[in-house]
Design a protein around this ligand. Structure first.
Ligand code: FAD
Length: 341
C-alpha cells in the first residue's frame, strides 16, 4: 500500500501556499484516489496554521514544519524540513512542486532517505503501477517512467495540474520537530527588477512573442526599433502578457545590430530556449520555423501576425494567422486596451 506525501511551501508573503504547491496537492489527491492510498500534506512555512487553511478540505492529514527559520529559502533548513516531514509521514511516494526552492533540495532529501527522484514530471497515472510522464530532448520525446524503489520523489512541473481550490477553513496541523544544523546562510533582502521591467511572467494567460521582423527594414526602407520597443512594452503593460522571443531576435545583440534592450536569452522560446505553458500565444514578426515553434508545444491557442503569407505559422502551426503589419496591428491593439483601462 502506497503512502503519498505532498510537500508544499509558503510564498514570499509567508502565509499563502504557492500556486505550484497547490497544483501538487491536486496531483496528490488524484493519485491517492486512484490508489486508495493515504494522503498527507507537508507544509514548510513560518506560520503553518495560516498556510494550512487553503488545504483544510483536501481530505489529507496535515503535517508542518514551522518557525522563522523556514520563512526564507535556504538549503540547510529546507532540506532538514523536507527530510523530517518525509520521515514523519513514512511516505513511499513524495510529490513536490518543481519550484526553485524545492528543486534545490529534493535530490539531497531523496538521498538522505535512500530514495530515488525524477524531475520535470508533467503527468501521473496509476493502473498496475504508478507511472510518471516527462519530456526529453527539448520536449520532443515523452517518456513514461515507473520505478519499484521507494521512497520515490517526483518533482512536478508548474502548469501541469489545476491548483487545488477548497474552502478555506481552520485545520488541525501536526507540527514536526526539526533538528536544524548550523545555519550559515541568511537572506538579507531580494533585489529584483520592478514588476513592469520583469517581462517573463509564467503565470500570465498570454505569451507574446517578438520575432526578428521588429528590427528589420520596413516598407519605408527604414528600421523602427525604438517604435517597436515602445509598442511591445506598452502592450506588455496593458495586457500583463509574458514576453517571449525568437532566437534570431535575441541573438542580434551579439552582432552589433540595434536590439530591443529588454530582451535576453531567457526570453527565447524554442528548441534551444524555453517551452512555456500559457493558455494563449500571440506571435509577431516571427517566421514560425520549426525550431522556434517546437517551444509552443504547450500553448493551447496559437495566433500569429506576419507579413509573409507563406510563413511557417500559415502552414498549420497556428490556429489563426493575421497577414498584416504588426506595427499597425499592435498600435491599434494598444489603443483599444488603453481605452478599456
Ligand atoms: C539547432 C537550432 C536550434 C534553434 N533553436 C531555436 C530556438 O530555440 N528558438 C528560436 O526562435 N529559433 C531557433 N532556431 C532558429 C530558427 O530556425 C529561426 O532561424 C528563427 O526562429 C527565426 O527567427 P524569426 O522568425 O524571428 O526571424 P526571421 O526568420 O527573420 O523572420 C522574421 C519575420 O518577420 C516578418 N515581419 C517583418 N516585418 C514585419 C511586420 N512589420 N509585421 C509582421 N511581420 C513582419 C517577416 O515576414 C518574417 O517572416 C534554431 C535553429 C537551429 C539550427
Amino acid at each position: 500500500m502506497e503512502s503519498i506525501l505532498v510537500l508544499t511551501h509558503a510564498d514570499e508573503s509567508g502565509f499563502a501556499l504557492t500556486k505550484a504547491s497547490l497544483e501538487a496537492v491536486t496531483a496528490g489527491k488524484e493519485l491517492a484516489t486512484r490508489l486508495s492510498a493515504q494522503l498527507t500534506i507537508g507544509i514548510v512555512a513560518p506560520d503553518a496554521s495560516v498556510s494550512a487553511k487553503a488545504v483544510a478540505n483536501a481530505g489529507a492529514k496535515l503535517l508542518a514544519v514551522a518557525g522563522p527559520a523556514f520563512a526564507q529559502p535556504r538549503f540547510a533548513s529546507d532540506a532538514a524540513a523536507c527530510e523530517a516531514l518525509c520521515r514523519a509521514a513514512q511516505a513511499t511516494i513524495v510529490l513536490a512542486p518543481q519550484s526553485s526552492r524545492f528543486a534545490r533540495v529534493m535530490a539531497a532529501v531523496a538521498h538522505r532517505l535512500g530514495g530515488v527522484i525524477d524531475t520535470h514530471i508533467t503527468a501521473l497515472t496509476a493502473a498496475e503501477s504508478v507511472e510518471a510522464a516527462r519530456w526529453f530532448y527539448r520536449q520532443r520525446i515523452e517518456a513514461v517512467v515507473t520505478r519499484s524503489a521507494r521512497p520515490w520523489f517526483l518533482l512536478l512541473d508548474a502548469g501541469t495540474h489545476a491548483p487545488f481550490a477548497g474552502d478555506s477553513a481552520a485545520a488541525p496541523v501536526e507540527t514536526v520537530q526539526v533538528n536544524l544544523p548550523a545555519l550559515r546562510t541568511e537572506v538579507t533582502g531580494i533585489r529584483a527588477p520592478k514588476q513592469d521591467q520583469q517581462t517573463i511572467r509564467p503565470d500570465a494567460k498570454l505569451l507574446f512573442v517578438a520575432g526578428a521582423g521588429w528590427t528589420k527594414k520596413q516598407p519605408d526602407g527604414q528600421v523602427h526599433t525604438g517604435e517597436a520597443a515602445q509598442l511591445i512594452l506598452d502592450f506588455l503593460r496593458a495586457s500583463g502578457a509574458s514576453l517571449g522571443s525568437s532566437k534570431s531576435l535575441v541573438d542580434q545583440g551579439g552582432e552589433g545590430n540595434s536590439i530591443l534592450p529588454f530582451l535576453t536569452h531567457l526570453n527565447q522560446v524554442g528548441q534551444t530556449g524555453s517551452t512555456p505553458r500559457h493558455a494563449k500565444g500571440l506571435s509577431t514578426c516571427c517566421h514560425g520555423e520549426e525550431p522556434h515553434v517546437v517551444g509552443w508545444r504547450f500553448i493551447a491557442d496559437r495566433r500569429a501576425i506576419s507579413l509573409d503569407p507563406n510563413c511557417g505559422w500559415t502552414r498549420g502551426k497556428a490556429d489563426v494567422v493575421y497577414i498584416a503589419d504588426a506595427f499597425q496591428v499592435m498600435a491599434k491593439l494598444n489603443e483599444l486596451l488603453q481605452s478599456k483601462n
